[in-house]
Design a protein around this ligand. Structure first.
Ligand SMILES: Cc1cc2nc3c(=O)[nH]c(=O)nc-3n(C[C@H](O)[C@H](O)[C@H](O)COP(=O)(O)OP(=O)(O)OC[C@H]3O[C@@H](n4cnc5c(N)ncnc54)[C@H](O)[C@@H]3O)c2cc1C
Length: 434
């Protein structure tokens, strides 16, 4: 197995990780940047097969080689012991040794169960956006976009660009909530301009407020959805695809595997860091959405800050503090303005699957209120996604809390081939004793 040694290793090549890697390289460190995706860019700058990536991202990604940063793309860190991370790829594994580590593993979508949500044709809003960028043909398909938050508009814009027929955007927040959000945006002029441009580009698409998709229908795949708008009657709308997203959930699993403490005071745990973005592990700093959902600009600032502090450039890190606080204030506004409401929390009926990996219906969840018992009896959360989807949904539905649901994670973080395990000579049951 190949061994790589770095002064600064960054996990996650989204905006936060890219900024951390560049800041580290500028300070003379030998930097490695590892990402599970085949290309750098993370979620927001995911490579679009037809349209590429925005200029800002291109400069950062194409500049990696010139900056001397080793990009290890298509390698997912799934195993770790105190001395190294193991990143697996299609044919084996590589061992990554680090002096300082920056975790920038970003966030994933929050999906909430509702009748019909497991039908083919139903995806997350960001999920369908990603699929379209990666080549799924959506041209001419009738798409409904629903849920809450700015990701709905971003996803709709991508789908429109790829030729989809947008039937409607159904935002669960009320007009008053949206106006309250918009009234604050003057404090972040860049985001205001972005929101106006997005909205203008989607002008002909019906945009419904206080509107929720309550069920999806179809024989073998999606054929239509039921929608309730502002307490009105339930109406059925024909469509081929439904992109429904309820926000984002921080990816904290790698930090947890490495023993970093989590802050469980919010619905979805985030990694606990000090003012220098240092975790409870003295050599591990964290940046971007693993610290809470904050958006691209916040992630970039935090990435640079984390690398500065990790490498001992305290002045460089401190110089960014004010900008970080400004972006975190925007994050707080986002969180206040776009939360799944009561209706979204009560969509599932007793037969609706909650854990789609292990086919566990809502009735079973109610029958076993203790999370440990639920897992032991039903295998809820023990399938391929290891509770990343149903665990977050159950927290959001207030059926478990971060303090009662287990935050411990077991290696490997995601399924790995036996070939990779053998290549790594790693015993997942005895971490620290390779
Ligand atoms: C599906 C989706 C679509 C989005 N689309 C938009 C959009 O269109 N516009 C917008 O403004 N915002 C969008 N966002 C929000 C956006 O992701 C964030 O604002 C921003 O990208 C956060 O940057 P980040 O660097 O913290 O994380 P991310 O961009 O999420 O990058 C994290 C990276 O870490 C990698 N990673 C995670 N775990 C591991 C591991 N164990 N091993 C190796 N690599 C790992 C991931 O592959 C990913 O590339 C989207 C979010 C999601 C989840």
């Amino acid at each position: 197995m190949k061994q790589h040694h770095y002064d600064l290793l960054v996990v996650g090549a989204g905006p936060a990780g890219l900024a951390a890697a560049h800041a580290g390289a500028r300070r003379g460190a030998r930097v490695g940047l590892v990402d599970a995706q085949p290309r750098a860019g993370g979620q927001v700058w995911r490579h679009d097969l037809r349209f590429g990536v925005p200029a800002m991202a291109r400069a950062q990604i194409e500049g990696l080689e010139a900056a001397g940063i080793a990009l290890l793309a298509g390698r997912e860190v799934t195993l770790a012991d105190p001395h190294r991370l193991l990143a697996v790829h299609a044919h084996g594994a590589v061992a990554l040794h680090w002096r300082k580590l920056v975790i920038a593993t970003g966030a994933r979508e929050l999906l909430l169960p509702f009748p019909g949500w497991t039908l083919p044709g139903v995806t997350g809003a960001g999920g369908l956006q990603a699929l379209a960028k990666q080549g799924l043909p959506v041209a001419g398909k009738r798409v409904v976009v629903a849920g809450t938050g700015p990701l709905l508009l971003a996803a709709a814009a991508t789908l429109k660009r790829h030729g989809a027929t947008l039937v409607g955007i159904h935002e669960q927040a009320s007009t008053a909530q949206l106006h309250g959000f918009a009234r604050q945006l003057w404090r972040w002029p860049g985001k205001l301009a972005q929101a106006v441009a997005l909205r203008a580009g989607l002008a002909p698409v019906p945009w419904h407020r206080q509107s929720t998709v309550v069920a999806a229908h179809g024989d073998q795949r999606l054929q239509g959805v039921d929608i309730v708008t502002a307490g009105g009657p339930r109406t059925r709308v024909a469509c081929d695809l439904l992109a429904v997203g309820w926000g984002l959930v921080p990816n904290v699993e790698l930090a947890r595997l490495l023993g970093c403490e989590l802050d469980t005071s919010c619905t979805h745990p985030v990694v606990r860091v000090d003012l220098q973005l240092r975790s409870s592990h003295p050599d591990i700093h964290v940046a971007g959405e693993s610290l809470g959902i904050g958006g691209r600009d916040c992630a970039r600032i935090e990435g640079a800050m984390a690398a500065c502090f990790a490498l001992g450039d305290v002045r460089g890190g401190e110089a960014l503090r004010h900008r970080r606080e400004h972006e975190r204030a925007y994050a707080a506004l986002l969180a206040r303005s776009f939360q799944p409401g009561e209706q979204a929390r009560t969509l599932a009926d007793p037969d609706t699957l909650v854990c789609r990996c292990e086919d566990v219906p809502m009735a079973d969840v109610h029958a076993h209120p203790d999370p440990r018992q639920l897992r032991l009896v039903t295998r809820c959360g023990m399938g391929a996604c290891q509770g990343r989807i149903c665990g977050a949904a159950l927290r959001e539905l207030r059926l478990t809390s971060p303090s009662t649901s287990p935050t411990a994670v077991r290696p490997p973080l995601t399924p790995v081939s036996l070939a990779a395990l053998a290549d790594a000579s790693f015993d997942p049951y005895e971490p620290g004793k390779p």
